[in-house]
Design a protein around this ligand. Structure first.
Ligand code: PLP
Length: 432
């Protein structure tokens, strides 16, 4: 049900046919009957196509690979999702020991792993070094020294990049902007050269790359080109000083359409960046890209059921069985997700706020949506594949939903629904 209040993105894995929504070849209503709701559903076709759109640009017409995709698994770290990307040839961008454990659990090559994050603990650094990751992206001088100390204790070398904060405005939501000088991420631009000089003198450190990630849900290429130029200026300067950089990590952040945005096409965007690297004479660098959202965001939906329709004094409420506990983005960033009835019954339309059962006024999933629905109907919340399940919580002692991957006419449970007993099975009461 597309309307000005409810713009719908173009999706490759989900479609409406004769008034019913499908995941690839399976009606969403069948998945709800079989697996219950709330339910996360991913399309293998959709995530495969998004990966291939990046990968097409990573190999030039002569067959030379000029860049590699390291999927940022923070966007969706389900083992089946990351295994699909591994089989397509992806490496991974990690931000915790937990994500490292996931990558190792699917047999990812440690040399395909880059480890980022502003507050890595000594334990996490040790795990990464012992696993033999390709690179640790360093976010502060204090962390650089910590890595050197840990490597000394383990008697090994630590391959590092410095994450540059280029002070570029990615023109995105303040909570997901990371490349401005007021953000906690990266090393301030004017301190980068000094920090590289310091790194080059440390006993266990091997300088291998340079890294930059300016934010998320970025819908234009120009902030990337600004950041890229600033980073390449540093590489040039480092070369003059005899500090050799082998790889250039441009981070992730490319936005998707949630309904009305018009982000650049993935292949064109990647070509523009890689052509710019070559034009400035740095084609010899291995480029790493770390997309997350643009690989999985539109490959997932959250299926929910209407519990009650509640007319209010000022607003009508549609109370569904999913909440901020399943999908936090609206509550956290006031993010927009298109919401569609799974079966269009041609009912009279009313305007609703779509809200969950959680005891917070901030628990909403969509505002002012004009929908023709009745109690018991199923709704699909679109574009929920990225930063959806991974941000789910058990607030209000709510079990996390199941996750399903659809491949053509087959559906696989890739995470079982939690049950209530499990939520407090590790808790203990005090002795009497
Ligand atoms: C270092 C780093 N790389 C990659 C990403 C992935 O970003 P996105 O999902 O917007 O592509 C993030 C997320 O913010 C990040 O912090």
């Amino acid at each position: 049900m597309k309307s000005a209040s409810n713009p719908i993105p173009n999706l490759s894995g989900f479609s409406e046919r004769n008034g019913s929504w499908y995941a690839e070849e399976i009606p969403l209503s069948d998945l709800a009957s079989q697996f219950g709701t709330p339910l996360y559903i991913y399309s293998k076709k959709s995530l495969t196509e998004a990966f291939q759109a990046y990968d097409r640009a990573c190999v030039d017409p002569t067959g030379h690979r000029r860049a590699r995709i390291h999927y940022a698994m923070k966007a969706n770290s389900n083992l089946a999702v990351i295994d699909c990307f591994k089989k397509l040839g992806a490496g991974f961008d990690l931000v915790s020991g937990g994500e490292l454990a996931r990558a190792l659990a699917i047999g990812a090559d440690p040399k395909s792993l880059v480890f980022a994050g502003v507050g890595k603990s000594a334990d996490e650094i040790a795990q990464a070094l012992q696993a033999g990751v390709k690179c640790i992206n360093v976010e502060s001088i204090a962390e650089l020294h910590q890595i050197n100390r840990v490597a000394q204790q383990l008697n090994c070398r630590a391959p590092i990049s410095l994450r540059v904060n280029p002070d570029v405005d990615a023109q995105t939501h303040p909570y997901i902007s990371t490349g401005l000088k007021g953000n906690k991420f990266g090393i301030a631009y004017h301190e980068v050269l000094k920090t590289y000089r310091e790194a080059a003198l440390l006993s266990q450190i091997d300088v291998v790359g340079i890294d930059c990630h300016i934010g998320s849900q970025i819908t234009s290429t120009s902030p990337y080109l600004d950041a890229l130029d600033k980073v390449l200026d540093l590489v040039e300067q480092l070369k003059k000083e005899g500090i050799t950089i082998h790889h250039l990590d441009l981070g992730g952040g490319l936005g998707i359409s949630y309904g009305s945005e018009t982000p650049p096409d993935i292949t064109e965007f990647t070509n523009t960046l890689l052509d710019h690297v070559a034009k400035r004479g740095f084609a010899y660098l291995d480029v790493v890209l770390e997309p997350g959202r643009s690989l999985v965001g539109n490959a997932g939906v959250l299926l929910t059921q209407v519990e009650y329709l509640k007319p209010g004094a000022e607003k009508n409420f549609c109370i569904v069985n999913a909440a901020m506990t399943e999908l936090m983005r609206p509550a956290l960033y006031e993010a927009y997700h298109a919401i569609v009835p799974v079966q269009n019954k041609n009912l009279k339309s009313l305007t609703y706020d779509i809200v969950g059962p959680v005891c917070e006024s901030g628990d909403w999933l969509g505002k002012d949506r004009t929908l023709g629905i009745e109690e018991g109907d199923l709704l699909a919340i679109l574009s929920a594949g990225a930063y959806g399940f991974v941000m789910a919580s058990n607030y209000n002692t709510r079990p996390k939903p199941a996750e399903i991957m659809v491949d053509g006419d087959k559906a696989y449970v890739i995470r079982s629904r939690e049950n209530t007993q499990d939520l407090f099975s590790s808790e203990a009461r005090l002795p009497d």
